[in-house]
Write a protein that binds this ligand. Structure first.
Ligand code: SAM
Length: 284
């Protein structure tokens, strides 16, 4: 009889998240990172990069809906979107639902992630087959340099701030994102979590503030398989506060049939627990 196989993602030296694995479907080392695709009992297919959960089939909808629809419905008239990272295709899948968009560009550094997502997790990866998506394999940090006024919404769907993604949390990078955004532009970035990684969360917020000034905050979503289950997204904007600028008419017209995001969640996501507000205040 095969021994049981379990995977543990350590959150600190003393705690983590453990689940039983049915089968390891694929393991591959790219030039940048190790990728594993697992078949699991409770979460369906799971992608790990360097041992960390990128998404699970069961709850990926929360992250992907919240990192895309919220900024898109907060913008008054988006036409162009840039996704940085997001090599699994989940963010692209949601962005592509906005059929009125004229330009969708994605810059992902590791084609091994894209290739394996297409093959093993098509529920996210098949979005790469859509001809409306212009996928560029390259470094998002380099891509945003020396460009101005090109996108309405920038979505930074990155790995944790180590290795190739470290620079995606830097002030120089956000300064370039500020420039690449048009007037009224909005940037959203995955920003770790307030329980285990408040420093990383604040690194994103504070470095964004260096370009966007006071127009930066956090919104949150409940993602059971990410550390703490409560995930933070940093958001910076040039026009109106994204909590107030939800486009109800466009939302109703599109009739998206989503699983997490809705008009009430759009506003509620900006309501932060006191301890998160404290972190934001103390570090501003
Ligand atoms: N939701 C995920 C998470 O935080 O668990 C992120 C998923 S997505 C797979 C993250 C992607 O960011 C990876 O495919 C990684 O290769 C890509 N990435 C990391 N650094 C990058 C960079 N500098 N430019 C473009 N893509 C990058």
């Amino acid at each position: 009889m095969n021994p049981e196989l379990w995977h543990t993602e350590k959150y600190t030296q003393n705690c983590g998240f453990t689940f039983k694995v049915k089968e390891v479907l694929h393991t591959e080392y790219s030039k940048l990172q190790r990728l594993d695709i697992l078949e699991t009992y409770d979460f369906g297919r799971v992608m790990l990069l360097d041992g960390l959960i990128m998404f699970t089939e069961r709850d990926e909808f929360v992250y992907h809906e919240m990192i895309t629809h919220l900024p898109l419905f907060a913008h008054s008239s988006p036409k162009s979107v840039l996704i940085i990272g997001g090599g699994d295709g989940g963010s692209a899948r949601e962005v592509l639902k906005h059929s009125y968009l004229e330009k969708i560009v994605q810059v992902e550094i590791d084609e091994v992630v894209v290739k394996n997502s297409k093959k093993y997790t098509p529920f996210v990866g098949s979005s790469f087959d859509d001809p409306r998506l212009n996928l560029i394999i390259g470094d998002g940090i380099e891509f945003v340099k020396n460009k101005e006024n090109e996108f309405d919404v920038v979505i930074i769907d990155s790995t944790d701030p180590f290795g190739p993604a470290e620079g995606l949390f830097n002030k120089e990078f956000y300064a370039n994102v500020y420039k690449i955004l048009k007037d009224d532009g909005i940037v959203v970035a995955q920003a770790e979590n307030a329980y285990y990684d408040p420093k990383w969360m604040m690194r994103s917020v504070n470095n964004m503030r260096k370009s966007f000034g006071k127009n930066v905050t956090i919104y949150q979503a409940a993602i059971p398989t990410y550390p703490s289950g409560m995930w933070a997204f940093s958001i910076g904007w040039k026009g109106k506060h994204p909590k107030e600028s939800f486009d109800q008419k466009r939302f109703e017209k599109m009739d998206l049939n989503l699983k997490y995001y809705n008009p009430e969640i759009h506003k509620a996501a900006f309501v932060l627990p006191n301890f998160v507000e404290e972190i934001l205040k103390q570090n501003s």
